[in-house]
Design a binder for this molecule. Sequence first.
Ligand code: HEC
Ligand code: HEC
Length: 275
Amino acid sequence: MPARPSHKDPIAPTGNLSGRGRRTLWLTVTVTVMVIAVVTLAVAQQLHKHQAMKSRLLMAAPDDIANDRELLDYARRRGKVAYGQHCAACHRSDMTGDPGRGIPNLVDADWLYGTGRVGEIERIVLYGIRAGHSKTKNLADMPAFATSSPYARYTIEPLSPREVDDVTALVYSFKHPEAVDKEAVARGAAIYHGKGLCFDCHADHAKGDPAIGAPNLTDDIWLYGDGSIKSIKEEISHGLAGVCPQWVSRLAPETIRAIAGYVHAARDGKVGTDD
Ligand code: HEC
Ligand code: HEC
């Protein structure tokens, strides 16, 4: 005998709901509505928190971010992603730079410009270095001493090949005092403090000038090359003027500030695989 729909089926062929069917449906609807409400609330709370952190980041004085744990954490999370997208191709994802291309390490204690405060880094990200913006860092270049007209900004005399060798010996001697001819070093020092005007940019003590981006020549951190005699000689001969792009017109202000916070925090060894 063919089975016939039982009288007690939850959904009768007519489409009417039985008592239990109605209860099940009611329960399903209630639970669904509650889940949607809870999820919406959670998303709204997250959005609200994100908005609040974003405005705090924008309102803060840049250098204060470094001392505000919660804000710094937010900047680091946000800045890490943006750094990966916009900076890592040059400065590398671990921020160690590339001396083959004159790209500085951002996690050592040596800054070309300033001292690594959030506000200083932010300014570089905003306007760049030799990047064409009116507020870009662009106060000095390294002259090309082996050319007939070494410097475009003002007159600096060329150096003869012998003079280049002598001043190279001087720079090399800062880290390797025993390895170079003392007389060449003495002649190099005379050029450093005289005709070459090296002191004018790298300072009398040769420790550089972070106001104009002239590197320290006495440490073992090289913006370019490997610190060998060959590489120092090339730098003095051919001149240098590295470019870091400006982002003011391409990234949101809070993204730029977050990147600055992230780079600043990296100096203290706070960048890793932890988040
Ligand atoms: C096209 C390659 C390139 C990209 C992309 C780039 N930079 Fe640079 N950056 C450089 C170079 C080259 C210098 C050194 C300029 C000089 O010689 O003065 C530099 C310098 C800097 C400095 C100064 C370091 C110091 O020691 O004072 C900071 C800070 C910096 N970059 C941060 C960033 C950040 C953050 C980003 C991403 C938003 C970025 N850069 C993207 C090439 C790049
Ligand atoms: C007008 C300013 C100026 C003068 C004068 C000058 N320099 Fe420089 N020098 C710079 C700047 C700026 C840089 C960094 C270039 C860059 O960021 O691309 C530099 C870079 C260098 C570097 C590369 C350092 C590194 O870490 O890789 C050496 C070496 C150097 N200078 C030596 C000398 C010597 C020696 C003299 C004198 C014969 C001299 N400089 C004169 C401004 C100057």
